[in-house]
Design a protein around this ligand. Sequence first.
Ligand SMILES: NC(=O)c1ccc[n+]([C@@H]2O[C@H](COP(=O)([O-])OP(=O)(O)OC[C@H]3O[C@@H](n4cnc5c(N)ncnc54)[C@H](O)[C@@H]3O)[C@@H](O)[C@H]2O)c1
Length: 214
Amino acid sequence: MRVLVTGTSQGIGRAISEKFLSSGHTVYGLDILDGTINNANYIHFKTDVLGTLPEIENLDIVINNAGVQASGKDIDVNLKGSIRVTEKYAIQPNIKSVLFIASASARSGSEFPEYVASKGGLVSYMKNVALRVAKWGATSNSLSPGGVTTDLNLRVMTDKEKWQQIMNETLLPKWASAEEIAEWAYFVTVINKSMTAEDLLIDNGEFAKSNFIW
Ligand SMILES: NC(=O)c1ccc[n+]([C@@H]2O[C@H](COP(=O)([O-])OP(=O)(O)OC[C@H]3O[C@@H](n4cnc5c(N)ncnc54)[C@H](O)[C@@H]3O)[C@@H](O)[C@H]2O)c1
């Protein structure tokens, strides 16, 4: 299949691209950075999701992953950028699945104000897309990861004290890897045929953790 992924130069987007490539798909990647994937079936476009978007016809899957946090542009990049990409590439009869990488903070409201607003907006927009692509038999869903061990979080991952505090917050004392999120992305867009308009929380039980006081 022909798959578009945004934010492919590192982290979750690169892991998602590699998962699709290793399964025999063609991946078109958009990133403001140079491409970092060396594979004959990978086509890189060095571009901003808010800039000029290249012409790519007949995509089967569109995965909105590019994102920033506390950048002063969170709503522009994470929300408006994803809307631009989806409206251009996903609203067409060949589409099979659309995916948004949201965030657990869309549910909790914790983290940076514009970031949580951008991700909450994405979850609502994902449902709007599900209503519009259903006539072509396509699904639209989002993943809401809690912590994922990528460069986005180096600040706390390299601080021993903060890392211990974070581990005390999760039910399973760990964060997800980018490769695990890529497996979820593959399952939800390729294997899944019946779930649509849903947001999946993948947070190691951080949201569920509660103490029974008796
Ligand atoms: N890492 C986490 O803990 C975590 C948790 C929940 C959700 N997320 C979300 O997952 C997505 C990927 O995060 P990550 O941890 O891999 O981050 P990352 O910073 O490692 O990678 C993000 C990629 O997006 C690209 N990008 C940024 N702005 C762009 C733009 N305007 N146009 C095109 N590309 C752009 C970057 O160059 C980079 O390659 C983000 O949307 C993030 O909000 C991450």
